[in-house]
Design a protein. Structure first.
Length: 166
C-alpha cells in the first residue's frame, strides 16, 4: 500500500535539493509533487496533478453515493406508483441507481475541481509565506527510508504527516 508524506520546506532551493536526493534514491518524479506560491518558479520541479490539488476525487465519490441513493429511491417510487399502468420491474431500480450514481459523480466532480484539496488547504498559510509543500508517495515499507533521506537533504524539515493512498 502506498503512503503519501507531506512536509514543508523553507524555500525553493531546498526543494531542488530534496528532489535531487530523492531521485538519487530511486524515487520517480511521478511520485513527487511540489506546491509553492503562484509567483514561485517551479517549472523544473515535479508539479501536482489536478486530482492532488483539487477536491475532484472526494467530490466525485460523495456525488456518486448521493446520486446512487437518490436513483434507487426514485426507482422504488416508480415501482410503488407506476405511471399509467406500466409494469415496472426491479431492473428499473438498478438502472436508476446506476444512472443517479453516474450523474451525481459527474456533477459533483465539476464542483470539486474548483475547490482545493483539504490536505493542501491545511498548508495554505505556510505556502503563502514562502514555504514549499512537498508530497512524496512511497510504498509503506519505504516510508521510514524516505523520511531519513528527506531529513538528510533538509535537516530542519518536519514530516507533517502521512496518509494512505488508494
Amino acid at each position: 500500500m502506498q503512503r503519501r508524506l507531506y512536509f514543508l520546506l523553507p524555500d525553493i532551493d531546498t526543494a531542488h535539493q530534496v528532489v535531487d536526493t530523492l531521485k538519487r534514491n530511486k524515487v520517480s518524479e511521478d511520485d513527487m509533487s511540489v506546491v509553492a506560491r503562484d509567483e514561485t518558479q517551479t517549472r523544473d520541479l515535479p508539479e501536482p496533478s489536478v486530482t492532488e490539488t483539487s477536491d475532484l476525487v472526494g467530490s466525485a465519490e460523495r456525488g456518486a453515493a448521493a446520486g446512487g441513493v437518490t436513483g434507487v429511491v426514485a426507482g422504488l417510487a416508480a415501482m410503488a406508483f407506476p405511471p399509467a399502468g406500466l409494469a415496472i420491474g426491479g431492473g428499473l431500480v438498478a438502472a436508476t441507481g446506476v444512472a443517479g450514481a453516474g450523474f451525481g459523480a459527474w456533477a459533483s466532480s465539476m464542483i470539486g475541481i474548483r475547490h482545493d484539496n483539504s490536505q493542501i488547504e491545511a498548508y495554505e498559510n505556510a505556502i503563502e509565506q514562502g514555504q514549499v509543500l512537498m508530497m512524496v508517495d512511497a510504498e509503506a515499507e519505504r516510508v521510514a527510508e524516505m523520511e531519513r533521506v528527506i531529513r538528510e537533504a533538509a535537516p530542519d524539515t518536519q514530516i507533517e504527516g502521512t496518509e494512505a493512498q488508494k
